[in-house]
Ligand binder design. Sequence first.
Ligand code: ARG
Length: 265
Amino acid sequence: MKLIKHLKRCIAASAVALAAISMSPGTAMAQSDPTGPSTKVVGGTRATQGEFPFMVRLSMGCGGALYTKDIVLTAAHCVDGSGPNTSITATAGNVDLQSTSAIKVKSTRVLQAPGYNGTGKDWALIKLAKPIDLPTLKIATTSAYDNGTFDIAGWGANREGGSQQRYLLKAKVPFIDDATCKASGGSYGGLIAAEELCAGVRQGGVDTCQGDSGGPMFRKDNAGAWIQVGIVSWGEGCARAGKPGVYTQVSHFATAIQTAAGQLR
Ligand code: ARG
């Protein structure tokens, strides 16, 4: 039901063929073979336990990051709106979603970006029933880090049309400037340069994909600490040549996110 709604939203938002562009979260989780030939996200490898301790998997089939110990930053298109909500389970603390030591906490409230209408402003906060004692991921408050090479991670599909992953996968993607991104054809012409940040490998093969939405795109700051610069938002297919991943530009919304988090306490 949610999937259909999101697909409809996507169709409304663009003239692109169904399934080509999608903002729908991933659906049911499938298993990957832990011993198999390095199960790749799109072009990724396994994250090691504890490498990205702030990573969260959300039960509607999205990713997220711990903004505080009891607030998860995710994508607006991953949630249904704002208000009390006890239906979401956040899983954290283990790269293996099926690990018995994974921490699971329910949501209590959701705050979707004010003014979100399916285009841009793709961020939301989820308040948790109790704090999770893991490192948080600080967000970029200036555009200083909106460049370079970014890290991406998630339990989403490992190829376009592929299944959700049991083990957290990671990859690196270079920054793509707004003009180049906007010139990528199709939906990219509608890129909202101030609110969205593009990244991807020109020749394709490495990207986030369905089910990674809401998860962070991040890098190291000048002090060597992780800093979140993006939120997985959309793309035409996954890892296609000349079709970058589009991410919410966190620095643009940093003040709004801080204000919203204050309202959740
Ligand atoms: N909208 C997708 C989701 O809900 C994420 C798509 C990212 N696509 C991409 N090509 N980078 O999971």
